[in-house]
Design a protein around this ligand. Structure first.
Ligand SMILES: Nc1ncnc2c1ncn2[C@@H]1O[C@H](COP(=O)(O)OP(=O)(O)O)[C@@H](O)[C@H]1O
Ligand SMILES: [Mg+2]
Length: 294
């Protein structure tokens, strides 16, 4: 089975800036790839290259096993795309916009589209210019999913969605996966990617610094803690799974790499007043794990 996406040495230079440098990436059929990176790291550049909206300075792209520059027309028959800032015609309604997009695909699934419109709670009778960012995002997501394409490429699709809609979005992505579709999802939210993706790629300054299955990227599984004590505090500094430990008067802050049970048990022996915890964000990883990665 050929890879759905395979890039080799993919590079895009603007002037003297490497927007993307030597990207070797593969995405297998039926998988969801989380393409992570902070702003300006090269996510949109990669997606524009994959879509053929810009040309590479060097390197190759194969989609569905075909050299992309020679087979754009064929590839795009089975590819759906959600742009990072979807621009539609301001005077058309959402209904008219969705109708227009439905005409680009032979087997566009109108029943599924109706289901998605309900699920995303979208009023389709307003004009595009009246919609908020999040609602425009919903239109793009609905039309991409209703195409039922083999490959869906999404550029930070959940930007502007509220937490309930983010949940609806995740469910819809799982549904696409169950349906055998392959998804390339760019994001700057580690939590989102961890929740839905099979594989994770991380970009820094145009370079791929991490690529693998969630299973293989266990060191990314970190939890942040903030714990308050009245009296004595536990001596955690010796534990090798603890990083960024800071001790103040009543407070300890630290990150745990991997499972937290043993460390929590140790902390509880000292009867803390309060414990706050949250998963590590991509920003935290860039400050800790990737600080010195060039
Ligand atoms: N058309 C362009 N001309 C010059 N520089 C660009 C152009 N498009 C993107 N870049 C630069 O390439 C880098 C990567 O941008 P981009 O791919 O948009 O990042 P991301 O989507 O991860 O935020 C940035 O430094 C950006 O300023
Ligand atoms: Mg971008």
């Amino acid at each position: 089975m050929p890879h759905v996406i395979e890039t080799k040495g993919l590079t895009k230079i603007y002037g003297s800036l490497y927007a993307l440098k030597n990207l070797d990436l593969t995405l297998e059929e039926g998988n969801i790839l989380g393409y992570l990176g902070p702003n300006g790291s090269g996510k949109t550049t990669t997606i524009k290259l994959l879509l053929g909206l810009i040309y590479p300075t060097s390197g190759t792209i194969n989609i569905f096993g075909k050299e992309s520059s020679k087979n754009f027309k064929e590839i795009h028959k089975d590819l759906a795309y959600v742009a990072s800032e979807p621009a539609f015609w301001p005077n058309l309604t959402a209904k008219e916009t969705l109708y227009f997009f439905s005409k680009f695909k032979d087997n566009y699934d109108l029943d599924y589209q109706s289901k998605l419109i309900k699920r995303f709670d979208l009023d389709i009778n307003k004009k595009i210019r009246q919609y908020s960012r999040g609602n425009r995002q919903k239109i793009a997501i609905i039309s991409a999913l209703a195409r039922r394409s083999k490959l869906i490429i999404m550029d930070e699709p959940s930007t502007g969605l509220d937490p309930i809609m983010e949940q609806v979005f995740k469910e819809s992505i799982f549904e696409a996966k169950e349906n055998g579709q392959t998804i390339f999802l760019s994001s700057h939210i580690l939590e989102e990617v961890e929740a839905i993706c099979d594989q994770i790629a991380i970009l820094k300054n145009g370079k791929l610094i991490e690529f693998g299955s969630l299973e293989n990227l266990k060191h990314l599984n970190q939890t942040k803690f903030e714990v308050y004590f009245n009296n004595q505090k536990p001596a955690l500094s010796k534990n090798k799974n603890i990083i960024n430990l800071k001790i103040e008067k009543e407070k300890m802050t630290f990150q745990v790499v991997g499972p937290t049970n043993e460390i929590l048990a140790e902390v509880l022996k000292y009867k803390p007043n309060r414990i706050y915890s949250k998963p590590t964000s991509l920003e935290d990883l860039f400050l800790s794990v990737y600080k010195n990665t060039k």
